[in-house]
Ligand binder design. Structure first.
Ligand code: FAD
Ligand code: EPU
Length: 316
């Protein structure tokens, strides 16, 4: 048992997510220091870490585990060394803000990830990314705690990063370090604008969603769609394209609907429940399987007290 101040525990607290639907946490806290986080682990070693809630769907009945936010200043500290390119960022720091700051300091490496709402911890766990790079590309190391509260430092080469995968899910990320590359701030600002414009053009960024709900599947065999479009074995196909071609755009269950703009964005309209989104995800996956013979795997992380509502566990 750690001798430290216990974090203030709120009961029956809302869990803010970008979907803006779903249930509450039986217990919620925002530790103000590392010792308080340790105390949280003493209270519930199975605690769940909430980042920005941008890839999260909380079931309507909420969750029994202690939900922990690392958004207190103690976990948001950022340091940027423009000469060496070394950047250190706390797990609760805002990722888009960090990207702007690194660009302002003339450091190249993160600008392609603009438009991805996240905390540093959430982006590390998900290995967030897209057409213009991944979180892991310029990472040096991750600092974390294991569930027994022991500090862990993982060098990048020891982390099994892959597409939307970090293998860090059992850890509590507390801080990361990047090695960025000095570059011309004006050039980086232009690149930032280009990448943001691509996202804004193709995605419904102003609606309530968790971004793409499904991962893009890698094909085990060549695929020819009824539309005539063909993809080679080994290719990673846009799940949004498959959802679109399967005719799901505009499909709705209760208040949840498939975006007209990007098929992989499922939107929660006012009045939607988390169960509406889960039911819509199931229906979309069923239709894509019927249309293309492809099984879509969820990217969104679902928290529930009932295993049957989680679709499947969070990213392995
Ligand atoms: P959360 O959603 O809060 O949590 C996600 C998972 O990480 C949970 O399992 C949580 O427990 C865990 N977690 C969070 N912090 C920690 C920590 N410190 N330690 C341990 N576990 C932790 N994603 C992309 O990859 N590319 C995109 O282009 C993209 N575009 C998006 C656009 C929109 C409009 C939205 C709403 C989402 C988009 N997403 C995208 C999804 C989302 O932004 C990313 O998955 C992001 O990394 C989620 O970070 P978060 O802090 O919100 O994590
Ligand atoms: N497309 C369609 N219809 C759609 C959606 C896409 O025809 O409804 C087509 C596009 O026209 C394009 C192709 O599919 O030719 C690829 O589309 P896009 O560039 O939008 O990329 P994506 O593969 O669908 C991925 C990520 C996004 C990331 C973008 C851009 C996944 C699951 N999605 O989408 O990440 O922002 O690339 O980098 O990997 C997320 O993970 O939450 C997310 C939004």
């Amino acid at each position: 048992m750690t001798l430290a101040t216990a974090p203030t525990i709120l009961e029956n607290a809302p869990i803010p997510t970008w979907f803006r639907v779903g249930g509450r946490a039986d217990r919620f806290c925002a530790p103000q220091s590392l010792p308080e986080l340790h105390r949280g682990l003493d209270l519930d070693p199975a605690l769940r870490i909430l980042g920005d809630g941008a890839n999260l769907l909380v079931d309507d009945d909420g969750v029994p585990e202690l939900v922990v936010s690392l958004k207190a200043p103690a976990f948001q500290h950022v340091s940027i060394d423009p000469r060496s390119g070394i950047v250190s960022a706390g797990a609760g720091a805002d990722f888009p803000r960090l990207i702007h700051d690194t660009v302002r300091h003339g450091l190249q490496g993160l600008e392609g990830l603009i438009g991805i709402p996240a905390t540093i911890g959430g982006a590390a766990i998900m290995n967030a990314g897209g057409a213009f790079g991944s979180f892991s590309d310029h990472l040096l190391r991750v600092h974390a705690l294991d569930r027994a509260g022991r500090p862990v430092v993982r060098e990048r080469r020891d982390i099994p990063f892959a597409y939307r995968h970090s293998g860090l899910n059992d850890l509590i990320v507390t801080r990361v370090e990047f090695q960025l590359i000095p570059d011309d701030p004006a050039r980086l600002r232009d690149r930032l604008k280009e990448c943001m414009a691509y996202k804004a053009r193709s995605q419904p960024l102003a609606s309530d969603s968790a971004g793409c709900c499904f991962k893009n599947p890698t094909l085990h065999a060549p695929l020819r769609l009824p539309t005539g479009e063909a993809f080679d074995a080994g290719a990673r196909v846009s799940a949004g394209l498959l959802i679109d071609r399967a005719g799901c755009k505009g499909l709705a269950v209760g208040g949840a609907a498939v975006s007209d703009r990007h098929g992989n964005f499922l939107l929660a309209h006012p009045g939607a429940s988390a169960r509406d989104v889960i039911a819509l995800m199931r229906e979309v996956a069923r239709r894509v399987h019927g249309f293309a013979g492809i099984t879509l795997e969820p990217e969104v992380v679902v928290w529930s007290r009932y295993p049957e509502h989680t679709l499947r566990p969070a990213s392995p």
